[in-house]
Ligand binder design. Structure first.
Ligand code: PEP
Ligand code: MG
Length: 761
């Protein structure tokens, strides 16, 4: 074994150097060795960090304090972390290390080169332990002095509160955890993004590339909706492209890190990548995939003609077909917990228990997120995980809706997951059956044989539409071939920003709010070009806003489910309503006449009339556009004829709420989940009479609650004359089949009756 130097250049790094350079450093070294165009970099090794601890005397003082710490006591934890970080920051870096860093920096092509300084933590006893996301990264660093400071700051970030907590919980000894620092040329990219070298959900042999203008941070952090290109590896062709409206970009800002600026108008709707660039990127992706032997999630950047590959790591989300998965998991492994299967698929991983979004940093790619109940501010963490398990909730809770849309397996309502499961424990989650198994179960990937022809599309007389909550799911939703969107829940678009609508208004940042809505809705409208898209106005209970900026101004409600949400809130908060209407207006003005607006939680026709008149007052041609309501409260089912007289163009059953309000059952309370029955005769009676009334008046009547994703209920609805149904993405195929079969049965029965009549006549 060679002696570990203080500095290693990428070209010198070998796989076995991981304990010296951390996971990030080793992976960059390996990528460079297989010929990927990685930006120039060197690593300040963990040896240098150890040397620093020894020479500064910190090794003797720092750890004793951390070892005595009760990490559950958050004020004590914060205090200890602050103390440790300050000690590392204030200590003097040994002159020899300073000198070596300076020399290495000077050897980079340009001695004023702008670099990114990234932490790469590692543990002596577990060299490949990943601490991703817990330590700091400093972008846009220029000059020796700033570089030395950034390196020391990375070292100090090893003692952030979250990092200390994580290590204590996962049983790592603070003494054995090291940190290396990667110093890499910052590619001041004109465009950048991410690439999956295989389809992240189905595993198909296509590269999916997302890109936008400026630095890649914008795509990675989700602050823009990027363009999307699908490249077929077999034919070597771009088979799909979705050009998004890219309003903002992140660019480097002199010596001050980065800033977000508006994309020049002429580039906002222009494609980011040419077909040639897509093909070149896909080729690099394949080099990485072939080398690592598994599909990769790659970060890339382009400057002029030059492509750079910044990072490559395994995709953790590829899963096999749901039914096959379930069959294979059955009977193997010990079942340790049970709940409701809320989002199909099977995944194994390490348990990470989080209390709230502040713990989200603990969650890394491929973990299993276990929590009491998810909240909108946890969505960024939910995007990273392999599966989600909650104590509370039912099929229509936040965790269930978001997981289905993300295509992430989820089990909700286990009651005790946060107590029974242990941090770091490996489990397998079956999101179809609602089962949690001990250990990682072997779930082989099924490949559809190339020779099996795809079946002809099923045509149904009853429209089969799809529900969408997050614009990023629009392409997946459109790929189902659905006849439109029967529900776009826009609150998810806003809640993801972590700021309440009231915050935007109070800060005078109304335009930002409008743009966010406009862009998100447009992405869905574009994906469903020419098909109806019913967008629902805001409907988030006040408790979902609580943890966000502006959440402190939300009223405390004893029962938010029955409180200030849906249209009742918008009517009393004209500013909030007006901003939504402004976004819709801009879309209608651009010719998106497939956009229809649906009002949630209406209880009386006067609410519909008032909302429409407010829209008229803000310049909407309300006679021309499509406006409808959700039937979620028994009163709206009972008064449906009055709503029709008031001018609704459609109605859609929100059974998630209609059931809870008809039967007095909290839809998120797992203790009464067994009583939550869409087929309760009272619920069916309300639905049936509303359908018949709509049919008499030729008003489209649909369903967008979870019951619309359940075949027996859909069969009943079609038999009772519903004109469209809207299901979740994962349920479209089975719902379309159910609708087609039921329609055929109806025709067959009526033909038989006609025959019998003719025979007896
Ligand atoms: C419903 O109530 O059925 C519905 C679709 O709305 P949400 O689940 O968003 O309350
Ligand atoms: Mg509802």
């Amino acid at each position: 074994m060679r002696e570990m130097p203080d500095i290693l250049w990428l070209e010198e790094i070998r796989k076995e150097d991981i304990s010296a350079v951390g996971g990030k450093g080793a992976s960059l070294g390996e990528m460079s060795a297989i010929g990927l165009p990685v930006p120039r970099a060197f690593v300040v090794t963990s040896h240098a960090f150890r040397q620093f601890l020894i020479e500064s005397g910190l090794e003797k003082t720092l750890f004793t304090q951390l070892e005595r710490l009760d990490v559950e006591n958050s004020s004590e934890l914060e205090k200890a972390a602050e103390g440790a970080k300050n000690a590392v920051l204030k200590a003097k870096m040994p002159a020899s290390i300073r000198q070596k860093i300076r020399e290495a920096y000077r050897k980079m092509e340009d001695s004023q080169m702008v670099v990114a300084v990234r932490s790469s933590a590692t543990a002596e006893d577990l060299p490949d332990a990943s601490f991703a996301g817990q330590q700091e990264t400093y972008l846009n660093i220029r000059g020796e002095k700033n570089l030395l400071l950034a390196v020391q700051r990375c070292w100090a970030s090893l003692y952030g509160a979250r990092a200390i907590y994580y290590r204590a919980k996962q049983g790592f000894d603070h003494r054995s955890v090291n940190i290396a620092v990667v110093v890499q040329q910052l590619v001041n990219s004109e465009k950048a993004g991410v690439m999956f070298t295989s389809h992240p959900v189905t595993g198909e042999d296509v590269s999916i590339i997302e890109g936008s203008w400026g630095l890649g941070e914008a795509v990675v952090s989700g602050s823009v909706s990027p363009d999307k290109y699908v490249f077929d590896m077999r034919t070597g062709k771009v088979i799909d492209r979705l050009i998004a409206n890219k309003r903002v970009q992140i660019v480097s800002d002199g010596d001050n890190g980065t800033r977000t600026v508006e994309v020049p108008r002429h580039l906002q709707d222009a494609p980011v990548l040419s077909d040639d660039e897509v093909a070149r990127l896909a080729k690099f992706g394949k080099i990485a995939e072939n080398h690592y032997g598994v599909p990769q999630d790659v970060e890339w950047a382009i400057v002029g003609e030059n492509i750079y590959i910044l990072q490559s790591r395994p995709i953790t989300t590829i899963r096999a077909g749901k039914t096959e998965d379930s069959l294979r998991a059955e009977g193997t492994g010990k079942i340790i917990l049970q709940g409701q299967g809320a989002s199909p698929g099977i995944a194994s991983g390490k348990v990470v228990i989080i209390q709230d979004a502040r713990d989200a940093g603990l969650v890394k790619d491929g973990d299993i997120l276990v929590t009491r109940m998810t909240n909108p501010d946890m969505v960024p963490a939910m995007r990273r995980v392999a599966a989600i398990v909650t104590d509370e909730g039912g099929m229509t809770c936040h965790a269930a809706i978001v997981s289905r849309e993300l295509g992430t397996p989820a089990v909700v309502g286990t009651k005790t997951a946060t107590q029974v499961l242990k941090p770091g424990q490996i489990i397998t989650v079956d999101g179809e059956k609602g089962l949690i198994y001990e250990g990682a179960l072997e779930v082989p990937r099924e490949k559809t044989p190339a020779s099996v022809p795809s079946p002809a599309p099923i045509i149904t007389a009853t429209s089969v539409k799809v529900n969408v909550s997050m614009p990023e799911a629009a392409a997946r939703a459109a790929a189902t071939g659905a006849d439109g969107v029967g529900l776009l829940r826009i609150e998810h678009l806003i809640l993801g920003l972590n700021k309440t609508p009231g915050w935007f208004i109070a800060q005078g940042r109304e335009e930002e709010f409008i743009q966010e809505l406009y862009t998100g809705i447009k992405q869905v409208l574009d994906a469903f070009y020419g098909k109806p898209v019913w967008v629902r106005t805001l409907d988030a209970p006040t408790d979902e806003f609580r943890n966000m900026a502006g959440g402190q101004d939300e009223p405390i409600e004893h029962n938010p489910m029955l409180g200030w949400r849906g249209i009742r809130r918008d009517l009393q908060s004209p500013d909030q309503f007006r901003l939504q209407v402004e976004a819709f207006k801009r879309l209608w003005e651009q010719g998106y006449d497939n956009l229809g607006i649906m009002f949630p939680m209406v209880s009386h026709p006067s609410e519909f009339i008032k909302a429409r008149e407010m829209m008229r007052g803000w310049g909407v041609d309300v006679e021309k556009v499509t406006l409808g309501v959700m039937i979620e409260i028994p009163s709206s089912a009972i008064l449906i004829e009055d709503f029709i007289r008031a001018g609704i163009r459609f109605a859609s059953f929100g059974t998630n709420d209609l059931i809870q309000y008809t039967l007095a059952i909290d839809r998120n309370n797992q203790n009464v989940a067994w009583m939550y029955q869409p087929t309760h005769p009272a619920v069916l009676a309300l639905i049936d009479s509303a359908i018949q009334c709509c049919r008499r008046h030729c008003v489209e009547v649909s369903i967008c609650g979870q019951a619309g994703s359940e075949p027996p209920m859909v069969k009943w609805l079609v038999e009772h004359g519903i004109t469209s149904v809207s299901a979740n993405i994962d349920a479209i195929a089975k719902i379309r089949e159910t609708v087609a079969r039921t329609e055929k049965q109806i025709l067959l029965e009526s033909a038989r009756k006609q025959n019998a009549r003719e025979r007896s006549a």
